[in-house]
Write a protein that binds this ligand. Structure first.
Ligand SMILES: NC(=O)C1=CN([C@@H]2O[C@H](COP(=O)(O)OP(=O)(O)OC[C@H]3O[C@@H](n4cnc5c(N)ncnc54)[C@H](OP(=O)(O)O)[C@@H]3O)[C@@H](O)[C@H]2O)C=CC1
Ligand SMILES: Nc1nc(=O)c2c([nH]1)NC[C@@H]1CN(c3ccc(C(=O)N[C@@H](CCC(=O)O)C(=O)O)cc3)C=[N+]21
Length: 293
């Protein structure tokens, strides 16, 4: 069993980017600038956004955090999105999800200029990804593709089961892995809460990608010998062993599953850091006008 080290891979990529940013700035360009909009005080969102801001600092980007209380109106939020769309200093921005119930995530996502949508959530970017055009690809699936590449994991003709069909993880992941080329050319099954024979499907899978949000859902008896298991889940559970009083748990019951795997990602230290690194990569692409001129 080999551990896929997302933290180390992220560190390497961020060092490469820091070097590139130094050269860009030396040649007279401005620093890339990522902004994040955070609504409310959810512990998970706070910590992920803090991670994104820290990553900006690591690679030499400018960053801005724009905060609102839970009672912000949809109009106010949309006005901020328009302001960021029109701010020439901002290369890319994200609105951290989930948003409070009274705000339409769909409306907010659609209001973001696709050229600044470094999360890759805008329908235009999702469409472009689906037909294989250059685009901002959703950060988590993009990070997983990068891990598959760096660990030279074969995907061509493999049976992949993606558990979860969310717009930000499961669905884009399934699209990318079924595209032509590497890492792709896989035969992909998308499973969800209505899937009936999930255990049997998983036992056929060469690669399992778990993006459910249910700690320890994937058990040892669901995984075939030699499989590759990618754990996207990050659920915060109470813990007496940490200072913060909580810790992250993945969707995979690691101790049971890991011994059967050829490769597996841990939580934390697997997919999470790569998500943030992909966002940084997308922001650099935006600053360099690589996707949209
Ligand atoms: N590490 C990282 O960078 C990231 C981690 N995450 C984490 O990944 C997890 C998933 O996130 P996200 O995709 O946004 O979640 P969503 O809640 O949007 O989607 C969860 C998906 O899992 C499916 N599901 C739920 N229960 C079952 C079940 N019993 N059997 C089969 N399928 C089931 C749902 O099915 P249905 O559609 O039928 O409801 C749904 O498609 C979360 O833990 C989240 O925190 C998310 C983004 C980034
Ligand atoms: N607009 C938007 N964009 C997102 O990218 C987005 C979002 N909304 N909403 C929620 C999910 C979740 N997500 C994570 C990012 C980093 C880690 C991460 O870095 N995890 C570390 C641990 C971090 C810690 O300890 O707090 C790890 O797994 O090692 C996890 C999860 C991004 N999301």
């Amino acid at each position: 069993m080999q551990l896929i080290d997302g933290k180390l891979t992220s560190k390497k990529i961020r060092e490469e980017i820091a070097e590139e940013v130094k050269q860009l700035v030396a040649s007279g360009a401005k620093k890339p600038h990522l902004a994040a909009v955070l609504v409310g005080h959810d512990g998970g969102s706070e910590s992920y956004v803090a991670g994104k801001m820290r990553a900006c600092e690591e690679v030499g980007f400018n960053s801005s955090l724009i905060r609102y209380e839970d009672d912000v109106t949809e109009e106010e939020l949309l006005a901020k999105v328009h302001e960021l769309n029109n701010d020439d200093d901002i290369d890319g921005f994200i609105v951290q999800l989930p948003l409070p119930k009274h705000i339409s995530e769909e409306k907010v996502t659609e209001a973001i200029d696709p050229r600044k949508d470094v999360d890759g959530f805008h329908p235009v970017n999702v469409g472009r990804m689906t037909i294989g055009m250059p685009t901002f690809v959703s950060a988590t699936p993009q990070g997983i593709m990068e891990l598959l590449k760096r660990y030279k994991i074969e995907t061509s003709g493999k049976n992949v089961v993606v558990i979860g069909r969310s717009n930000i993880v499961g669905r884009p992941m399934s699209v990318l892995l079924s595209q032509k080329g590497y890492p792709g050319d896989a035969t992909v099954t998308v499973a969800h809460s209505r899937t009936k024979n999930l255990k049997e499907l998983c036992l056929q899978a060469d690669i399992i990608i778990a993006a459910i949000g249910s700690p320890g859902f994937v058990k040892g008896d669901m995984v075939k010998e030699g499989a590759v298991v990618i754990d996207v889940g990050t659920t915060r559970v109470p813990s007496t062993e940490t200072k913060s009083g909580w810790r992250l748990k993945g969707d995979v019951l690691f101790d049971e599953v890991a011994p059967k795997c050829s490769f597996i990602t841990p939580v934390p230290g697997g997919v999470g850091p790569m998500t943030i690194t992909s966002l940084i990569i997308n922001t650099l692409k935006s600053a360099k006008k690589e996707i949209y001129s």
